[in-house]
Design a protein around this ligand. Structure first.
Ligand code: GUN
Length: 292
C-alpha cells in the first residue's frame, strides 16, 4: 500500500496483493501435487467472439500457468448450438480430471445463460454462480464456491486495514456476479449493508453516509469525489473505457482520493484480485472434490 502524492487516501495496490495471493497459492499447488499425484485443472470455455472476453480468457490461462494450475481452453465457434454447449458441460462435469469449469460470459444469443450456468456441477463451479453455491452464500455459508470479484473486494478492504464489523457499507449494483454476493459477504462480516441500484433515490446522500463503498455500476466515473464520506474505504469494481480509450472506474478517482481514507485504483485494483480468487477457487474445488 502506498500513500498518494496528493490527497490523503491510501492507494490499495491490488496488483501487488494479487501477486502475494498467487505466490502463496503456488506453494499450496505444489503440496497438493505431492500429496495427490495430480495437478488442479481449470477448463475455460470461450463461446463468443467478444474481444474483451478473449483477453480475459488469455489472462486467466496465463495466471494459471504462473501458479502451476493446469488450464485448458475450449474455443467454440460463435454458432455452436445450445445443445452442443450443454453436452460439453456434461462431459466436463463427468471428467474426473477436471476440477473447475468456467464459461466465459457473455454468451451468444442462442444460449440460455441461466440454463448453462445451472448445468455446471456445483463442485466445479469456480465462478460461484450456480444456485447451490449462491444459495449457500445467501444463508451465510461460505464453505461452497463463492464469486471471485466479491472475495477479492473483501481481501482489498482487509488490506486497507479497514474493519468491517458494525460499519455502514453501501454496494452500488445488484448483479448476481458482483453486487448481491458482495452484499452477502459484507453482511456475513457484520457490516450494516445497503444495496443501491439504478432506481435508488438520493444516491449521493446514501454514499455520503457509507464507511465502505463498493462501486459496481459499470458507468464511467459516476460516483463523484464530493459524494464520498471523509475517511471512507472505496472499492471500485468498474472497468470502463473513457474517450481516449483508457481504462477507468465507476468512481472519479482523482477527486475521491482527496477525501477517502483508502481507495483502489483502476486498473490495478479489483481486476487482478478477481483472477487471483479464480485460482483460489480452482484450488478449493480440487481439494473439496478430491480430498486434501
Ligand atoms: N464475464 C465478465 N465477468 C465474468 C466472470 O466473473 N465470470 C465469467 N465466467 N464471465 C465473466
Amino acid at each position: 500500500m502506498t500513500r498518494a502524492m496528493s490527497g490523503g487516501a491510501k492507494i490499495i495496490d491490488g496488483k501487488a496483493l494479487a501477486g502475494r495471493v498467487r505466490t502463496a497459492l503456488k506453494d499450496r499447488v505444489q503440496a497438493f501435487e505431492k500429496a495427490r499425484g495430480t495437478t488442479p485443472h481449470l477448463v475455460v470455455v470461450l463461446a463468443s467472439e467478444d474481444p474483451a472476453s478473449a483477453v480475459y480468457v488469455r489472462n486467466k490461462g496465463k495466471a494459471c500457468e504462473e501458479v502451476g494450475i493446469r488450464s485448458t481452453q475450449h474455443k467454440l465457434a460463435p454458432t455452436t448450438s445450445a445443445k452442443d454447449l450443454l453436452d460439453l458441460i456434461d462431459k466436463l462435469n463427468r471428467d474426473e480430471d477436471v476440477d473447475g469449469i468456467l464459461i466465459q460470459l457473455p454468451l451468444p444469443k442462442q444460449h440460455d445463460e441461466k440454463r448453462v450456468l445451472h448445468a455446471i456441477d456445483p463442485r466445479k463451479d469456480v465462478d460461484g454462480f450456480h444456485p447451490v453455491n449462491a444459495g449457500m452464500l445467501a444463508r451465510g455459508d461460505e464453505s461452497g464456491l463463492v464469486a471471485c470479484t466479491p472475495q477479492g473486494c473483501i481481501r482489498l478492504i482487509e488490506e486497507a486495514g479497514t474493519s468491517i464489523e458494525g460499519k455502514r457499507a453501501l454496494v452500488i449494483g445488484r448483479s448476481n456476479i458482483v453486487g448481491r454476493p458482495m452484499a452477502e459477504l459484507l453482511l456475513n462480516r457484520s457490516a450494516t449493508v445497503s444495496i443501491a441500484h439504478s432506481r435508488t433515490k438520493e444516491l449521493p446522500e446514501r454514499v455520503r453516509e457509507s464507511d465502505i463503498l463498493i462501486a459496481a455500476i459499470g458507468k464511467l466515473e459516476m460516483v463523484k469525489g464530493s459524494w464520498i464520506k471523509p475517511g471512507a474505504t472505496v472499492i471500485d469494481v468498474g472497468m470502463n473505457k473513457n474517450a481516449e480509450g483508457k481504462l477507468k472506474g465507476d468512481v472519479a478517482f482523482h477527486a475521491a482520493r482527496e477525501i477517502a481514507g483508502a481507495i483502489t485504483p483502476v486498473p490495478g485494483g479489483v481486476g487482478p484480485m478477481t483472477i487471483a480468487y479464480l485460482l483460489e477457487n480452482t484450488m478449493k474445488a480440487a481439494i473439496t472434490r478430491r480430498g486434501a
